[in-house]
Design a protein around this ligand. Structure first.
Ligand code: ADP
Length: 270
């Protein structure tokens, strides 16, 4: 099977006594094995609702979602689904469950009932993978935000997922923490072949992906390589990029042979 994530014509409605709100509207997308896909979009475009649907915290009102072929509506497959596609969330503090780093990373595999010798091996491997092995005996709550997120990622890797979904996982970090975590995410994708779905509102992170999906009002507005998505100034305006962000983006895209700086000047003058 080529697709680890397949979203088939999915709609999701929040229903309260007074109102109904369609947060996802007939959305289809897929993430292929080994790919690094970024999802970006304004606040309220449906990114977080989509991520909750991918993790079966919410279930589609219409359509279906397959994670490595497993339908998220099948309750008996819930833990297989969550093990196949691990999730890293926004707030690193909410993901800490133990008082020592290596115990924290061991928590997931322990719950799966894995043999202790195998767990020790996985914890060591996972901590080395995120560059946190030297801090294995530290207290997680004393680490920086970026380090805590890397511990959270190690906890997911120790479960041997095929795919990791990062749900605004860099949003609460300072710039150096964000860089650390992005470096880890990219390394895991390129070197460990972990399929990656990165939901973010940082354009300069989306530029690092193989493919970018732009969401707007619960729909897919646009999809393509970072070069395709960010190459049109009209599109940058539609996405709602601010000028400082565009300047940073322009230098990143220049590495890829694409010069958008003249367009940025036009916007800068507005
Ligand atoms: P994003 O993550 O892109 O900011 P969300 O998925 O959080 O977008 O929100 C999509 C839409 O759904 C927004 O209009 C938001 O107000 C609405 N929404 C989100 N969560 C709820 C909820 N629990 N109840 C009702 N409406 C919600």
């Amino acid at each position: 099977m080529d697709n680890i994530i397949k979203v088939n014509n999915v709609s999701f409605e929040y229903i309260t006594d007074e109102s109904k709100l369609k947060a996802i509207d007939k959305l289809s997308l897929e993430v292929k094995k080994g790919e690094f896909v970024a999802i970006i979009g304004h606040n309220g475009s449906g990114k977080s609702t989509l991520s909750k649907n991918l993790n079966a915290i919410l279930l589609p009102s219409e359509g279906n979602i397959l994670i490595d072929g497993l339908d998220t509506r099948e309750e008996s497959k819930l833990w297989d689904i969550r093990q196949t596609a691990g999730m890293v969330f926004q707030n690193p503090d909410n993901q800490i469950v133990a008082t020592v780093v290596e115990e924290d990373v061991a928590f997931g595999p322990e719950n799966l009932g894995i043999d202790p010798i195998e767990i020790r091996k996985r914890v060591e491997e996972a901590l080395k993978n995120v560059g946190m092995y030297d801090l294995r005996d530290r207290q997680p709550h004393l680490l920086s935000g970026g380090q805590k997120q890397r511990v959270a990622i190690a906890g997911i890797i120790a479960m041997k997922p095929k795919c990791i979904i990062f749900d605004e996982a860099t949003a609460m970090l300072d710039p150096s923490g964000r860089k650390e975590v992005m470096k880890t995410i990219k390394r895991l994708n390129k070197e460990e072949n972990i399929t990656t779905l990165h939901i973010t509102h940082f354009m300069e992170e989306a530029v690092e992906a193989d493919r970018v999906i732009v969401m707007e009002k619960g729909k897919k507005l646009l999809e393509g390589t970072p070069r395709e998505v960010f190459s049109s100034i009209e599109m940058l305006r539609t996405i709602g990029l601010d000028v400082p962000c565009m300047t940073e983006l322009s230098s990143l895209l220049k590495k890829d042979g694409l010069d958008i700086s003249s367009d940025i000047l036009t916007v800068d003058e507005m």
